[in-house]
Design a protein around this ligand. Structure first.
Ligand code: SAM
Length: 430
């Protein structure tokens, strides 16, 4: 049985009131688990080979009963869904993403909420995902590639630097702040060991400081959503109150949703195991101030002739050659110098001894019908492919997208009836 700190339980009794005993009973049960659908790769949830049940916190969010083995399924490799705790999906619902918007996810790794935002943007606008911790930013990048996100930027930068430089650039900013993780106790008992009153209070100071930075990046009339996976007043209501006292150009914004439980603030929602989620808090604010302008980037274009053999219609964007690497960057990017950008757009490929080698990310972000050679695999051949094996191909010679149930999972190179496997070594099944 999970032993919870007395100080924490006292606070929970205040948060939950009459529901406190029910919470204690629920903590003896299994944690909630879920997935969010990635519409960039798949639109029909029913083709998944396991049972899912709709969750109330996000339009494309589902409960699953077991997580085991799910990461090894071809659908997961193809980026068709992201394994995510159901209540954690609520913050993006409050963000109310509209196609064409520019959105900053300031504390983004490993990338669950960025995946949701990219899915809602549906290949339009821009998702800029930042993660200050360098090695976590690499995990974020690999999830970006798996989800097939092309109109995006991944950076590893201090929030204060990034948001000052990108003053007023974003329609919406999400701060999914590092927190004491009280809503992670069932999933991650380590969080229980790290919990203390002092830790809660120090998290609150860090959260307020991140929010202060984030405020700069929001445009006039733009939206700022703050979320945590913790329950405490100090890290939630109190951070928002303190932020609003200091930043009079922001105001509370109606969340327009009917899930979770009410909080002390009309602009926020709290989800606990009583409401069928592990634990999340999310608040929505609107900016009314006058914001600055960002400089536009000066981007050089290169002609991507080599891609014409791969695509029926070559992807649109700014083609930028950096060293030997060719990138397809989103239009309308600001100046990205000095912002710790790890990836802007998609790595199209690399020139190796003057020959162009396309990248895995290029195929992952493409639609199957835009590609000239497509090899659809069955249940057996997809396993062979994900293990890195060579397989038969009935395509003509050349770079070939590999699909499973119509979703691109990677690519290879067809040569005389055989497909040379290009699935990245680090992603292969063992
Ligand atoms: N939004 C992510 C998702 O949905 O997958 C989860 C983000 S997690 C709750 C918070 C992130 O903030 C962590 O990746 C952590 O490394 C990062 N972080 C830690 N300290 C930070 C700081 N001072 N400023 C900004 N981010 C920080």
């Amino acid at each position: 049985m999970l032993e919870l700190p007395c100080d924490f339980l006292e606070e929970m009794e205040k948060v939950l009131g009459d529901d406190y005993q029910l919470y204690l009973q629920l903590m003896e049960k299994e944690a909630f688990r879920g997935i969010s659908l990635n519409r960039l790769k798949m639109s029909d949830i029913n083709i998944l080979p396991f049972e899912v049940k709709k969750c109330p916190f996000y339009k494309d969010g589902y409960y699953i009963s077991d997580e085991k083995g799910i990461g090894n399924t071809p659908f997961h490799h193809a980026g068709a869904f992201y394994v995510q705790e159901p209540s954690a999906m609520s913050a993006v619902t409050l963000l109310d993403v509209r196609e064409g918007e520019k959105i900053l996810d300031l504390c983004a790794a490993p990338g669950g909420k960025s995946a949701q935002i990219a899915s809602c943007l549906n290949g339009t606008g821009l998702i800029w995902s930042n993660e200050v911790v360098k090695n976590r930013a690499q995990i974020l990048l690999s999830n970006f590639e798996r989800m097939g996100i092309a109109k995006g930027v991944v950076s590893s930068c201090y929030p204060e630097v990034l948001c000052r430089k990108l003053e007023g650039y974003f329609d919406k900013v999400l701060v999914d702040a590092p927190c004491s993780g009280e809503g992670m106790f069932r999933k991650n008992p380590e969080a229980v060991k790290e919990w203390s009153r002092e830790h809660v209070l120090s998290c609150a100071e860090r959260q307020l400081s991140i929010l202060r930075s984030a405020a700069h990046a929001v445009k006039d009339g733009g939206i700022l959503v703050y979320s945590t996976c913790t329950f405490s007043y100090e890290e939630n209501e109190s951070v928002i109150r303190r932020f609003l006292e200091e930043n009079t150009d922001f105001e509370m914004c109606d969340i327009g949703e009917h899930f979770g439980r009410k909080t002390e603030l009309p602009c926020a929602v709290r989800i606990t195991p009583v409401e069928n989620g592990e634990g999340h808090f999310a608040a929505k604010l609107r900016k009314n101030g006058v914001s600055g302008k960002t400089e536009k980037a000066d981007i050089k274009c290169a002609v991507p002739r080599e891609l014409e053999d791969i695509f029926n219609e070559v992807p649109k964007g700014n083609y930028v050659l950096t060293g030997d690497k060719l990138y397809i960057m989103p239009d309308d990017l600001p100046d990205i110098k000095g912002l710790g950008v790890i990836r802007a757009g998609v790595l199209a490929g690399e020139f190796v001894k003057k020959r162009f080698e396309p990248s895995h990310a290029l195929f992952m972000s493409a639609k199957a019908d835009s590609i000239k050679r497509v090899l659809e695999l069955d249940d057996d051949t997809v396993q062979a492919f994900l293990h890195g094996m060579e397989i038969d191909s009935d395509c003509t010679n050349g770079y070939t997208a590999v699909t499973y149930k119509g979703i691109i999972t990677g690519y290879g190179k067809t040569s005389n009836g055989r497909l040379k496997n290009k699935y990245p070594k680090g992603l292969r099944l063992k």
